[in-house]
Design a protein around this ligand. Structure first.
Ligand SMILES: Nc1ncnc2c1ncn2[C@@H]1O[C@H](COP(=O)(O)OP(=O)(O)O)[C@@H](O)[C@H]1O
Ligand SMILES: [Mg+2]
Length: 220
C-alpha cells in the first residue's frame, strides 16, 4: 500500500537548509496498523504529513496504492488526499459552529457527493463511532473523546484506503485515550490501514508494528 524509498525533506531557515527527513525507507502493507514513535522534533509529523499527502518530500519516491505521489503537484496531492486518505489530528479540528453531522459531511461536500446522499453517509459514520445520538450537538457540547470520535467519523466518511492520525490521544486523559485507541483497534480489525504517530509506548503496542524515528531517520 505504501512504498517509500530514500525520502529526504529539509525546511529552510533563511538560506540554510535544515534537514528534517534524512533518508527514510518504509513499506506498509494493506491492512497493517503501524505506529510511529520518537522524541519531539525527530520528524514524525513531517513524515506523517508526507504519507498523508499534506506535504511533498524534496527527493526520494513515495508510491501509495500504486500512485507515484512524489510526482504529484499540489492539486494532485489534494485529489489524492480527498480520494484515498482520512486524516485525524491531535486537536480534532472540528468547525465549532457546525454540529457533529455537518462536520462529518464536510469531506463529502469537497468530494462532490450528491447532497441527497451526504446525510445518510455521515449519519452511518457517526453510528460507526457510537455517536448517532449526538448528531445535532455542537463540538463544545461534546467531551474531548467524543469530539475525537466525530473527527474519526469525518475521516471515515469517504471510505478512505488509508487512515493517518497524528497523536490522536495527545489531548485526552489516559482513560479516554484508551477508548479512542480501542476504536482504532476495531477499525484495524475491519481491514483499515492505519498509520499513527503517538508518544505513548503503551498505546503504540496496540499496533502490528512500531517504527522508531531518531533525527529524521528510522531506527530499529
Ligand atoms: N514548517 C516548518 N518550517 C520549519 N521547520 C519546521 C516546520 N515543521 C517542522 N519543522 C521542524 O522540523 C523538525 C521536526 O518536526 P516534526 O516533524 O513536527 O517533529 P515531531 O512530530 O517528531 O515532533 C522540528 O525541529 C521542527 O521545528
Ligand atoms: Mg509531531
Amino acid at each position: 500500500m505504501i512504498n517509500i524509498e530514500s525520502l529526504h525533506k529539509s525546511y529552510f531557515r533563511g538560506d540554510t537548509p535544515l534537514p528534517i527527513i534524512r533518508g527514510v525507507d518504509l513499506k506498509i502493507e494493506r491492512g497493517e496498523f503501524v505506529t510511529i514513535m520518537g522524541a519531539s522534533g525527530s520528524g514524525k509529523s513531517t513524515l506523517l504529513n508526507i504519507i498523508g499527502c499534506l506535504d511533498n518530500a524534496d527527493t526520494g519516491t513515495y508510491h501509495l496504492d500504486g500512485t507515484a505521489v512524489h510526482a504529484a503537484d499540489s492539486d494532485g496531492l489534494a485529489t489524492l488526499r480527498s480520494s484515498l486518505i482520512g486524516t485525524i489530528f491531535q486537536s480534532f479540528n472540528l468547525l465549532s459552529r457546525r454540529d457533529a453531522l455537518a462536520n462529518v459531511m464536510l469531506p463529502l461536500v469537497y468530494q462532490g457527493t450528491p447532497p441527497s446522499q451526504r446525510q445518510a453517509l455521515a449519519f452511518a459514520a457517526l453510528e460507526r463511532v457510537g455517536l448517532a445520538d449526538r448528531a445535532t450537538h455542537l463540538p463544545n457540547q461534546l467531551s474531548g473523546g467524543q469530539q475525537q470520535r466525530v473527527a474519526i467519523a469525518r475521516a471515515l466518511v469517504n471510505k478512505p484506503k488509508l487512515l493517518i492520525a497524528d497523536e490522536p490521544t495527545g489531548a485526552l486523559d489516559s482513560h479516554t485515550g484508551q477508548q479512542v485507541m480501542d476504536l482504532f483497534k476495531a477499525l484495524h480489525a475491519e481491514g483499515h490501514t492505519i498509520v499513527m504517530v503517538t508518544h505513548d509506548a503503551h498505546l503504540a503496542k496496540t499496533a502490528d508494528r512500531v517504527v522508531h524515528m531518531r533525527d529524521g531517520r528510522i531506527v530499529i
